[in-house]
Design a protein around this ligand. Structure first.
Ligand code: X2X
Length: 348
């Protein structure tokens, strides 16, 4: 081998090697390990604040990763056949890559999330904020993380108000014998039973037709859900704004999916979740935090009778559900509930 060809071979090897190295570290090579689509599970689609939050999150991630992470929305809990109470298990198992889920739907797997379903725990938005932004929120994220799911940010479904097709509700006796659709955690059955009603557990997917057919008389959901689903068109003409619970939303990613992303991309996804969560909360509270709650005023224009409780009426509902609260305080963990009570007390 002459000197010239040796040099050119050596140069070729160096070029080949450095080219290989560059190739490995280029964004394209990394993207090759990524899925072409990440599946995001949601119960409600972009017509609702919840799904809008999902859309914002997915869009921010796509923009900020230049398309390396491409997320598709699957509303209607369609990845679990509409059974929203199975969503959390499917995220753990990797059937779902990421999700924005309600604490109610995940509480069958994580009992501590029933905290937000304790009747009349949170009197207002300040108490909700105090919980999710404070130590309670941190504790709950640690619990979720231990279950193998990575929590990133909080959003909000909203204060859940009661509606029905029969009559105005102002006191617990008014619920007597009425059939109510409730969501998938036993605490709702117990709360409605304590109020003298006849609760029946049902997924959201089945709820609208059950209301339309009269199989159930009433339901409970935030104003944004009531309005976007036009529940007044399926006979739900009576609403009582009683603020008995508020379900936060949690933005999460499956752990393996998370670990497969570069640290830089993880940070992008986390920050996008935080940004989307903030925007989603603003959308969810629109028309509800202003004086006179214009969102409910608008429903009145659709022929809905919207009722509010004075403090004496409110106290009757609190008293009627006191035993449920006490029982579930222990189930959830008295320590966590006391921390939440304290946090709410100092937020007032
Ligand atoms: O099913 C409901 O009522 C809903 C849409 O609010 C939840 O997923 C908790």
């Amino acid at each position: 081998m002459n000197k010239g060809s040796f040099l050119s071979k050596a140069l070729g090897t160096i070029l080949l090697f450095s080219g290989f190295t560059i190739g490995l570290h280029s964004p394209l090579a990394i993207a090759a390990d990524y899925k072409s689509e990440y599946k995001m599970s949601l119960v409600l689609g972009p017509a609702f604040p919840w799904g809008k939050g999902g859309e914002i999150w997915a869009d921010l991630v796509r923009e900020r990763t230049s398309g390396r992470i491409n997320i598709k929305l699957y509303p209607g809990a369609s990845l679990v056949g509409g059974d929203q109470t199975r969503e959390f298990t499917s995220i753990r198992q990797g059937v779902i890559d990421m999700a924005i889920g309600s604490t109610i739907n995940w509480s069958p797997q994580i009992k501590e999330l029933n905290l937000f379903s304790l009747p009349f725990l949170m009197p207002n938005y300040q108490s909700m904020d105090a919980l999710v932004k404070g130590d309670v929120g941190k504790d709950l994220f640690a619990i979720i993380e231990k279950q193998g799911v990575v929590p990133l940010a909080w959003g909000e479904n909203g204060f859940r108000e009661i509606s029905n097709s029969k009559k105005e509700i102002k006191k617990p006796e008014d619920l007597k014998g009425m059939k109510f659709r409730v969501v998938g955690s036993p605490i709702y059955n117990e709360t409605f039973s304590a109020l003298g009603a006849n609760p029946t557990q049902m997924s959201w997917a089945d709820t609208q037709s059950a209301l339309a057919s009269g199989a159930v008389d009433g339901q409970e959901n935030p104003e944004s859900v009531y309005a976007a689903a036009k529940l007044y068109t399926v006979g739900q003409k009576f609403v009582t704004v009683w603020h008995y619970v508020n379900d936060p939303l949690i933005f999460v990613v499956n752990k393996e999916v998370w670990e497969n992303w570069t640290p830089q991309d993880r940070e992008i996804v986390r920050q996008a979740a935080i940004d989307a969560g903030k925007q989603e909360v603003v959308i969810a509270r629109k028309g509800l935090i202003e004086a006179n709650q214009p969102a409910w005023k608008e429903m009145e224009q659709s022929g809905v009778k919207v009722s509010y409780l004075n403090s004496a009426e409110h106290a009757l509902f609190v008293n009627a559900t006191r035993d449920v609260y006490a029982k579930w305080k222990n189930q959830i963990g008295a320590g966590l509930v006391e921390k939440a009570e304290k946090s709410i007390g100092s937020a007032k």
